[in-house]
Design a protein around this ligand. Sequence first.
Ligand SMILES: *[C@@H]1O[C@H](CO)[C@@H](O)[C@H](O)[C@H]1NC(C)=O
Ligand SMILES: *[C@@H]1O[C@H](CO)[C@@H](O)[C@H](O)[C@H]1NC(C)=O
Ligand SMILES: *[C@@H]1O[C@H](CO)[C@@H](O)[C@H](O)[C@H]1NC(C)=O
Ligand SMILES: *[C@@H]1O[C@H](CO)[C@@H](O)[C@H](O)[C@H]1NC(C)=O
Ligand SMILES: *[C@@H]1O[C@H](CO)[C@@H](O)[C@H](O)[C@H]1NC(C)=O
Ligand SMILES: *[C@@H]1O[C@H](CO)[C@@H](O)[C@H](O)[C@H]1NC(C)=O
Ligand SMILES: *[C@@H]1O[C@H](CO)[C@@H](O)[C@H](O)[C@H]1NC(C)=O
Length: 362
Amino acid sequence: MKPEFAVGRHLSIQLFWTLVIVCLQWTVSISARQVAKHNLSSYECHDDYYNIPYCRDHPDGYGCVCGPGFYWNTYKCISMAIDSRFEFKATGPTRYTLLLDKTFPTLSGFTIAFWINVSDASNSGTILSYKCGGRANILRMMSGPYLKFSINLEEKETDFRVQPFQWHHLALTWTNSSLDENNWHLYVNGSRIRSGKLAYGYTIPMGGEFVLGQSWGQTNDTFDQRYPLDADLVHLNIWDYPMRTEEVRYLHSSCTFMYCGNAVQWVEFRSGTRGAMRMRWPSGVFSDVMDGKCVSEAESSDSCDTFCSEYKGAQCNEEIKENILWSRQKADQNISVLCPTFEDMTDNSTALRYAQRSCQAN
Ligand SMILES: *[C@@H]1O[C@H](CO)[C@@H](O)[C@H](O)[C@H]1NC(C)=O
Ligand SMILES: *[C@@H]1O[C@H](CO)[C@@H](O)[C@H](O)[C@H]1NC(C)=O
Ligand SMILES: *[C@@H]1O[C@H](CO)[C@@H](O)[C@H](O)[C@H]1NC(C)=O
Ligand SMILES: *[C@@H]1O[C@H](CO)[C@@H](O)[C@H](O)[C@H]1NC(C)=O
Ligand SMILES: *[C@@H]1O[C@H](CO)[C@@H](O)[C@H](O)[C@H]1NC(C)=O
Ligand SMILES: *[C@@H]1O[C@H](CO)[C@@H](O)[C@H](O)[C@H]1NC(C)=O
Ligand SMILES: *[C@@H]1O[C@H](CO)[C@@H](O)[C@H](O)[C@H]1NC(C)=O
């Protein structure tokens, strides 16, 4: 939980003030809120994990409050659960994360995207493994020594090495259609680096057991102990279609964690963690990788306050001018106060006895 943000900093205000007329000019930047407007319909996450902030009314503006477990991502308040990471460290005892909150769907194509930071690049760590109807690893991805994956037990070992102790954004797209010359593509940090052909015509069946961090054993219901993942994993999502390059690039550059898989979402793994593994938040991807690309914490606070001001409407802040305390008021209203020095005067002309502030939003 972040403390309440500083208030009113983002507002560029010019105040023209006389005894009779006070004029407020209102300008506000809305650029921060436009960041996330990219085809949101295709990336919807569970509503439960997003909030509209509470806008606390202060004399000098609105302060933005996301509440416990949530923080402002420049668009909405998001749950820490979304910006979380799984740490698969110890190789024993067995630890893994099962997909429990959702039935794995039928897939005739997919995009699997996630952030990973491996500790031992030579280790054949299992990122994900899927088993259905007694067939183990009909879908699997391994982190090393070269990134490899298999679909319907057809395996492809790429020549790409995941560098240790760095965050990589990986995305694998696949379709069962033979219309395209290449039916799978691998993206690293938003760029397509490898493509090829695999498992034409195959459909991944629904209802099996999907696991992160361990491989299913071939023979029985246990894991193959040779391939535990040694890495941190963040925001793994699965979509039921192969994304185009621009979409993957957008996914990689997004700073908001607003884009969730329509087949499987990261938060749906939350209840399935088992054994000696940890879930931590925030994930660290925002601060470690996107630093410089995403907004800083200060900019984020400002944009949250700005959001509140937009949401609540323009206002003139409370202030003392000419020994008069002007209370805060909504824009496009006038306020009149009795001028202190004129209280005893015999001249009862209204124009002199009262000061008026006019607050105008332009
Ligand atoms: C936006 O998402 C919808 C729903 O998935 C999809 O049908 C549509 O093609 C997408 N539009 C763009 C421009 O990507
Ligand atoms: C990757 O993980 C290692 C080990 O947990 C950690 O020391 C390192 O800081 C991480 N790298 C980044 C870029 O966060
Ligand atoms: C991907 O991006 C991360 C963080 O910016 C960087 O450390 C890593 O080297 C990049 N990897 C590739 C293959 O571009
Ligand atoms: C891909 O999967 C779909 C759904 O199962 C199936 O209808 C279609 O025939 C498959 N495509 C090919 C080329 O086999
Ligand atoms: C499961 O398979 C492992 C290795 O293949 C074997 O050691 C173990 O005895 C099997 N367990 C059962 C219950 O069959
Ligand atoms: C407020 O005061 C200004 C200047 O005296 C006047 O032009 C305007 O009509 C007033 N607005 C309202 C809402 O009374
Ligand atoms: C001015 O107004 C006050 C109160 O409204 C009143 O008591 C006073 O008699 C008035 N003075 C004159 C000169 O009209």
